[in-house]
Structures are given as structure tokens and as C-alpha cells.
Design a protein around this ligand. Structure first.
Ligand code: HEM
Length: 334
């Protein structure tokens, strides 16, 4: 190596060493020991970095049916996407005083666009559930997971709580506009109402299991996000942020992707697998899925102030054209 190059290389090495020294000094640690560690350690491999063997060991079918592994893996993929969606909302909404990301509209653009990207991916990939599994196999292996259901996806509930005020997660008429306390509203939340068996009027075992496992932590999260959810922060933002047209479009796009498009993709899968010879098959989670799942019945709207009365009235119908139409034209709904 030429002298000049070598001197340059040496300067860079020394700069890094002094930065390392400062770092370890700050930790009260001896840099040389760490350099020894670096010297003796094996280089990192891809399979170690992403814990490949652990990851591929997590798909454990309960039946001998081949396609069950597709069902498990796609739920896991969705949960990993939900984790990334929560990360974006968490970063945007964290209170760091003046440094809080939500003070800058560009951060809203960046984070909400990423959230929409994840949901677009989930909506477009739902074909894996729709046409990517053998229907007869699905109808058999799903019996082995009773009474479990995606209804028990706690991360999906987290995303709802982080994105809007609790009162927007009630279907239909607000039982008591005077009392929007967590104690009054939480029992009215749409999925708790959906988890009631229509014949016995009792909570399904799927809902009871879920409440036993998560009610306490969900209430903690509701308290944590009461003044930190996206809708609250948007409503209390400066006028320049609130009136930002790009942000308004992004929030509306997010609202439709999670509460209409994804729900319709999911409903198409349920309709494909849970209707046989024109008859509905009972859901593993015990809801009356045909009246619970359609977004036009749930009417969950995260940002009601951004939609006209007519748009809210037709909620979940418009989306039909985009996702459901494909299902009908491609005959996989028959
Ligand atoms: C063939 C595929 C699928 C079928 C047939 C199906 C069926 C159902 C049914 C019938 C329900 C209503 C609750 C019940 O009574 O069980 C439900 C709810 C739910 N499922 Fe699925 N599901 C499928 C795939 C998925 C996937 C891949 C996910 C991803 C995590 C998922 C997440 C959910 C969620 C979050 C709910 C609650 C929805 C809401 O509250 O509006 N499902 N599913």
C-alpha cells in the first residue's frame, strides 16, 4: 500500500480507536479487553444473526395436513408485520418533550406511510389464505385449533388502541356520551360484543380465554395511550400539522387499509373456507362471523373527523369494489 494511503488508513484506525476508547471509558470498561474479544470471536453468520433455526422451528402443525403449515406461517408473518406497525406508531407518538417526533409533520408522513406499506403488503398477500390452501384440508385441520382464533391477536388490538381513542372502537351508538371513562367504554368495545354467543348470550370461550390472558395489560395500554394515540395527537396538533393535506390523505388511507381493505381481504378468506354448499360453517372462535367480520357492520373508523357523513354511512361498502370484486370475478368465492 502506498505511503499516503497507509497514513490515511492509520488515521482512520486511530480515530475509531479513540472513539472506542471514549465509549468504553464512559462505561468504565477497558477497551483492550473488548478488542481481544473482537479478535477471538467468530465472525457473525446470517443464520445466527436472524436466528434462522429458531425461526424455522416455530411452525408446529397439530395435524398431518400439509397446508396447515401455510396457515401457521402466514399468521406468524402477519404478527411480525403487526410488530413493525406498532414500532412505527410507538416512535411517532413517544413523548420526548420538544424532540417528540409528532411535532414535525414530516415524521407523520414517514411513519404513517410505512404503516400503510405494511398493510398494503398484508392485503395483497392475503391470497395466500384465499387460494393458497386446499379448502378441504383447511376445513379439517382448523378443527384441531378450536377454540383458538385470530380474534385473539393481541397485537391487532394494540394497533387499534395506539391509533385512535377508545370511544371509536365501539360499534354503533355510543352508550353514554357523558361517560367516556375507560371503565365505561372498554366493556363496550366492538370485539367484546362480537365475542358473545348469539344463542346463549354468553361470552364465547375464545373471548373468555383472551380476556383472562390480556384484559389487564390491554387496560394498561389503553391508559398509556389515552393521551398518546394517533387520533388524540392529531386532534391536538398545531394547525399547520392538522391542515396538512398529505397527512390527511395518509391518515384516511391508513384508516381504510386497516378497517376496510384488510378486513375485507380477511372476510373473503373466511367466506371461501367457511361456506360449504351455501351453508355457513361455525367459526373456531364462536362469533357469528358473517355479522361480526364485515367492516360495513363493524363501522370502526379511527379518524371520524376526516370523513363526511356520507362516507361514514357507506363505510366498508366502497372497499368492496376494490378487494371483494376480485374474489367474485375470480370465482373463488363460489
Ligand atoms: C383462511 C384464513 C382465515 C380464516 C378462515 C379466518 C377466520 C376468522 C373468523 C371466522 C374470525 C371471527 C372470529 C371467530 O369467531 O373465530 C376471525 C377473526 C380474526 N382473524 Fe381470522 N381467519 C383467517 C386468517 C387470519 C389471519 C392470517 C390473521 C392474521 C393474524 C387473522 C386475524 C384475525 C383477527 C385479527 C380477527 C379479529 C377481527 C376483528 O376483530 O374484526 N385471521 N378470523
Amino acid at each position: 500500500m502506498a505511503d499516503k494511503e497507509w497514513k490515511n488508513q492509520l488515521t482512520q484506525i486511530l480515530e475509531r480507536l479513540s472513539a472506542l476508547e471514549e465509549k468504553y471509558d464512559g462505561m468504565g470498561q477497558d477497551m483492550l479487553s473488548y478488542l481481544d474479544g473482537l479478535y477471538y470471536s467468530n465472525g457473525l453468520t446470517y443464520w445466527e444473526y436472524i436466528h434462522l433455526e429458531s425461526l424455522l422451528g416455530l411452525q408446529v402443525p397439530r395435524t398431518p395436513f400439509q397446508d396447515e403449515i401455510i396457515f401457521i406461517t402466514y399468521h406468524q408473518i402477519t404478527e411480525l408485520m403487526f410488530k413493525l406497525i406498532k414500532l412505527e406508531i410507538d416512535n411517532l407518538t413517544q413523548d420526548k418533550g420538544e424532540k417528540s417526533e409528532y411535532h414535525d409533520v414530516n415524521n407523520w408522513h414517514k411513519r404513517i406511510q410505512r404503516v400503510i406499506n405494511y398493510f398494503k403488503h398484508l392485503c395483497n398477500s392475503f391470497d395466500i389464505m384465499l387460494t393458497g390452501m386446499d379448502r378441504e384440508e383447511m376445513r379439517k385441520f382448523r378443527m384441531a385449533l378450536l377454540p383458538a382464533s385470530g380474534f385473539q391477536s393481541v397485537q391487532f388490538r394494540h394497533i387499534e388502541i395506539m391509533s385512535t381513542r377508545l370511544v371509536n372502537l365501539i360499534t354503533g351508538i355510543d352508550p353514554d356520551p357523558e361517560d367516556h371513562s375507560i371503565e365505561a367504554v372498554y366493556p363496550e368495545i366492538y370485539w367484546k360484543k362480537g365475542g358473545i354467543d348469539l344463542e346463549t348470550h354468553k361470552k364465547t370461550i375464545t373471548l373468555r380465554q383472551f380476556e383472562k390472558r390480556y384484559d389487564e395489560s390491554l387496560i394498561d395500554q389503553i391508559e398509556k395511550f389515552e393521551n398518546r394515540n394517533l387520533e388524540f395527537l392529531y386532534q391536538n396538533a398545531s394547525d399547520s400539522i392538522k391542515n396538512d393535506e398529505k397527512l390527511i390523505e395518509l391518515l384516511k388511507d391508513f384508516d381504510q387499509h386497516i378497517n376496510v381493505y384488510w378486513k375485507l381481504s380477511h372476510l373473503a378468506a373466511a367466506s371461501r373456507h367457511l361456506v360449504k354448499g351455501g351453508k355457513d360453517i361455525d367459526a373456531t372462535g364462536g362469533t357469528n362471523w358473517k355479522s361480526f367480520l364485515p367492516p360495513k357492520f363493524q363501522k370502526i373508523i379511527f379518524y371520524p373527523s376526516l370523513w363526511t357523513e356520507e362516507e361514514k354511512e357507506n363505510w366498508g361498502k366502497a372497499g368492496v369494489t376494490k378487494y371483494f370484486q376480485q374474489a367474485i370475478t375470480q370465482q373463488w368465492m363460489k
